[in-house]
Design a binder for this molecule. Sequence first.
Ligand SMILES: Cc1cc2nc3c(=O)[nH]c(=O)nc-3n(C[C@H](O)[C@H](O)[C@H](O)COP(=O)(O)OP(=O)(O)OC[C@H]3O[C@@H](n4cnc5c(N)ncnc54)[C@H](O)[C@@H]3O)c2cc1C
Length: 421
Amino acid sequence: MVPEKFIDRLEDVVGSDDLIYNSRVTEVYSTDASPYSGRAVAVVRPENPEEVSEILKLANHHSVPVVPRGAGSGTSGGAVPRNAVVIDMKKMDGIEVYQDDMIVFSEAGAILHDIKRSLCKFDLFIPPEPGSLRIATAGGFVANNGSGKRGLKYGSVRNFVAGINAVLPDGKIVRITYRTHRSPGINHQVFVGSEGALGVITGIYLRAIPIPEEKKTYLIPLKNTTEIEKSLKRILKVLPDAVEYIDSKSSSALGYGEEEFIAVEVFGDDRYAERVIDSLGGISIESQEEKRFWERRETLGAEIAKKGSRVYAGEDFAVPFSRLSDFIEKIKDVERETGSEIFVYGHLDTCNLHPAIVSESFEDSMRAAGRLADTALKMGATVGEHGVALRWEFLKGLDVYRRLKYCLDQKNILNPGKFGL
Ligand SMILES: Cc1cc2nc3c(=O)[nH]c(=O)nc-3n(C[C@H](O)[C@H](O)[C@H](O)COP(=O)(O)OP(=O)(O)OC[C@H]3O[C@@H](n4cnc5c(N)ncnc54)[C@H](O)[C@@H]3O)c2cc1C
């Protein structure tokens, strides 16, 4: 139980409109896009770092657990509260572009697509782009060290975080405000990928780069999955911007026939890339067709969800390059053995695959998810970009994290229960 006095003080901080308590609305906050769920005892919606700081000071004083939440689109249970107060960050959604520095400052609750649109006005963009672009917040994406397409050439969002404003678990406000494209130290980077357990991110300085004048997308048919490593090695030699894998089921869901294929995005007018891709039987798609393809790819997960009981569980695996085709084959084995349908797609340049499970029931999907996770672990895979949270069997170096956590959050009030702590 949370002390009434604590709730009263929360109301003093955020006001009654931004405190949800004793209401069924808190149930909406008891889960995220993952199959896990918990219980939100209350929800607060701060409007500035000072309010976040007061909330954390109170939580510390009363030893009440709190969970920062963006859009709740995470698929590993990161924003799931276990009898905790949820800090909904979406009211903090300001965006400011420093055009001449090619830096954008975004408050944590800003939606990635709004940041993209703001940058677009100045002919700028940030390469890491998740399928959840239209829903995910900057804070959640950075807290998960998310990526999406273009991971090999540009890395995850970590490479684009120049500075961070955050509030530590004891309520201390820290402002690490670099507006440069290189910035020293681990001080701000410690929050990237910390999944809401080391501090509440309130603002982020992100690097942006100019939008290329030309870009092309090629679709390369795959005759056989076993060819995939060979083809990928050749494709990577041209240093493409994005490489996506689409299996035959996903291809059909996209409206591209029944053949598995690889989609390659190349910025600029690159003749060498064209020659290599041509030798692999690739064809280019242009203008409206190209736009349509990437739009459909972005909503592929949602399209698949229409086909049955889809759970976002066990569907984010980074596999060693050498095990790629092997892993895809093993996924098909799980599909045959469990009777679930599994659509495989993902960011091939980093071997980060998303096997999407669809079954007749939730239980069947969870069974298939468990089988996939066991298979992935045996093959040396880990989670790629959707966060670890309640899938911490995939996390190595837990001792390092444990000590960091103890230094910053001795009472373990921030997002407890994640990473097994
Ligand atoms: C359809 C779909 C497609 C997706 N595609 C991709 C993809 O291509 N690439 C990819 O990387 N991911 C993808 N994801 C998963 C991805 O984890 C999220 O979309 C995104 O990173 C989380 O954003 P969010 O705002 O929803 O965060 P939430 O789910 O609300 O939170 C995620 C984690 O961050 C923490 N957190 C949130 N806000 C803050 C804050 N301000 N300070 C500190 N911690 C915070 C939470 O406590 C939690 O641990 C996809 C998810 C879906 C549903």
